[in-house]
Design a binder for this molecule. Structure first.
Ligand SMILES: C[S@@+](CC[C@H](N)C(=O)[O-])C[C@H]1O[C@@H](n2cnc3c(N)ncnc32)[C@H](O)[C@@H]1O
Length: 211
């Protein structure tokens, strides 16, 4: 996590976040935002009553889609202002102010059917991403559950390097955009199956299930 991406950074962004994302819907890094959220939901295959955890819930745009499917939604975020926005959009969700990088409260360790996340993990370097995912698998997810993560991502190192060259004036070198081939090369702690789909020019979705 880069130091400037602290809760205060997201607090300042919260009230205008939805407006911002809409305005950037055809541009890096949010090109295909709506499609990416829809694909996360499709892959999650939500059923009424399912326990869903949204990591880095933001203003609640992804969580809202699971509430519509009658799931029981929990959301965590370290920005108090983002949580205030989420409270307006998804008042029935269980919201908690939690830092994904810190210890997780025992209330979360009940077993989720699906853990989802959108546009959050690019704030963490590859090693941290994998550490968190392993922790999600071992501490939060049911054995028959699945993790679905959508984010700024490319199919390969080469595609990411090309994108950086093309987008140099808007590319943020302090963030850690995914490359799917890099992820597949990493060892998976307790073991997991991982699949990847490119959804837009700069966004993709990872489906991770216990082996
Ligand atoms: C780009 S926004 C994405 C919000 C939402 N998931 C969406 O798709 O619109 C990133 C969110 O992740 C949260 N976040 C970033 N790092 C975090 C951390 N270490 N712990 C908890 N939340 C974090 C931010 O506060 C912010 O709400």
């Amino acid at each position: 996590m880069t130091p400037e991406r602290n809760p205060e950074f997201f607090d300042r962004w919260a009230a205008e976040y939805d407006w911002f994302v809409e305005g950037w819907a055809n541009s890096f890094p949010f090109e295909g935002y709506d499609k990416l959220l829809s694909r996360i939901v499709e892959l999650a295959d939500p059923q009424p009553g399912m326990m869903i955890l949204d990591m880095g819930i933001g203003t609640g745009n992804l969580a809202e889609r699971f509430i519509e499917k009658e799931c029981e939604v929990w959301g965590i975020d370290f920005s108090g202002k983002m949580l205030e926005e989420a409270k307006k959009k998804v008042p029935s969700a269980h919201l908690m102010q939690v830092d994904i990088l810190a210890d997780w409260p025992s209330e979360l360790k009940t077993g989720f059917d699906r853990i989802v996340s959108a546009y959050v993990f690019h704030h963490f370097n590859l090693e941290t991403k994998l550490k968190i995912i392993e922790k999600m698998l071992s501490e939060l997810l049911r054995d028959d559950g699945a993790i679905i993560i959508g984010d700024t991502s490319y199919p390969s190192f080469a595609a990411r390097a090309n994108a950086r060259t093309e987008l140099l004036d808007v590319w943020d070198d302090t963030e850690f955009y995914w490359a799917a081939d890099e992820v597949k090369l990493m060892p998976w702690g307790k073991g997991a199956h991982i699949t990847y789909e490119q959804v837009s020019s700069c966004g993709g979705v990872y489906l991770i299930a216990p082996a």
